[in-house]
Design a protein around this ligand. Structure first.
Ligand SMILES: *Cc1c(COP(=O)(O)O)cnc(C)c1O
Length: 345
């Protein structure tokens, strides 16, 4: 079997996590793990991050949060921000998953479930700061805050966080969003204990805009070594994953490699450079399960690097993404189950 291999470097993930934490301190790192840890796999990522001392893990939904909780060996915070069903809320409460709450309706259901189960829910209320994607509107904030404080007083919830998400479209827009965010935090503080966890920024703003960071930063892409599309390189951060394929035949057209669009490699990337141990070649065509490499002398069994950290002349997932107008995250999360994940030190 010559399936393509996604090689995952544990030491590189730990190195990136350390670089990010140093950069954002004293803001704490929440490692974001949506889309199966951006295609890197939840189990391996949680194990490696826990060893590196990560204390916050972010999941899109409760199901992902439960998976993270199962892998964790020590107590750590797990945060899930998608609006969930009542049975998911129950599981989250039983497994001490912090809940991100962006609507009054969801807050009411969490309070009801917490009352029934007799478990205090840890809630992070989300203020809408302009993205209009699940968040309590500024005008509704005081009344929702009052409901939250009443539920806190009778023991159903603990308001541990206030959060929002930035558009990252322009600095002035993000500044405006931060003003609304800080106002919401202040209003929360005026109605009770200040929620200790205030989080607004993801990778790019956490890294480049220190003045926007809260006490916690939700970071995915940069920890995996995926820089922003059209963004600058990141000091001390390199790609964690490299994608390789094996030469299975040599024809007049070039070397046939066992990787194609069924593996999740977009056929629109035809013409992309690839790294090899004999120099850089071109993946001149991408078929369903195979591709053809030209411009370099290869033999059956040779390895071809499709993306990685550039050691063999290959590009990164982000530079490939830029060729077809997308982001590095998409190149990684598109890879299918045909690609074998191999963990290396
Ligand atoms: C994806 C996501 C993040 C992390 O974004 P990166 O740019 O990958 O760091 C943070 N918060 C929310 C709500 C997200 O959806």
């Amino acid at each position: 079997m010559t399936r393509p291999v996604l090689r995952l470097s544990s030491s590189q993930l730990a190195t990136n996590i350390e670089a990010v934490r140093e950069r954002i301190a004293p803001s704490a790192l929440m490692l974001v793990m949506k889309d199966d840890a951006y295609g890197h796999g939840i189990t391996w990522t949680v194990e490696t991050a826990e060893r590196a001392g990560v204390e916050w893990f972010g999941s899109y939904d409760v199901a992902g949060g439960l998976e993270i909780r199962r892998v964790l060996e020590r107590p750590a915070h797990v945060f899930a921000w998608a609006t969930s069903t009542d049975s998911e809320i129950d599981e989250a409460l039983l497994q001490q998953i912090d809940l991100g709450v962006g609507t009054a309706e969801y807050l009411a259901r969490i309070i009801a479930r917490a009352d029934i189960l007799g478990i205090r829910a840890r809630v992070h209320l989300k203020i809408d700061t302009g993205l209009h994607r699940n968040g309590i509107l500024v005008e509704d904030w005081p009344s929702v805050m009052q409901i939250a404080r009443e539920a806190e007083a009778h023991g159903a919830i603990e308001l541990v966080g206030v959060w929002s998400h930035l558009a990252e479209a322009s600095d002035p827009e993000d500044d405006d969003a931060q003003r609304l965010f800080l106002q919401a935090v202040q209003e929360a503080a005026e109605s009770g204990p200040t929620p200790p966890w205030q989080h607004l920024t993801a990778s790019a703003a956490s890294w480049w805009r220190p003045e926007l960071r809260g006490t916690l930063s939700r970071i995915g892409a940069f920890c995996y070594g995926i820089r922003s599309a059209d963004g600058p390189d990141l000091e001390g951060v390199r790609p964690v994953a490299e994608l390789t394929a094996t030469v299975i035949d040599v024809t007049e057209a070039g070397a046939v490699v066992a990787i194609g669009s069924f593996d999740g490699l977009p056929s629109t990337l035809a013409g992309m450079p690839v790294g090899t141990e004999h120099g850089v070649g071109t993946l001149s065509s991408i078929d369903l399960t195979t591709g053809v490499v030209s411009g370099v002398e290869l033999s059956i069994g040779d390895r071809v690097w499709c993306f990685g950290a550039g050691v063999h002349g290959e590009e990164t997932a982000t530079t490939l993404a830029e060729r077809i107008g997308t982001v590095g995250e998409e190149i990684l999360t598109r890879l299918t189950a045909r690609v074998r994940r191999v963990i290396v030190d």
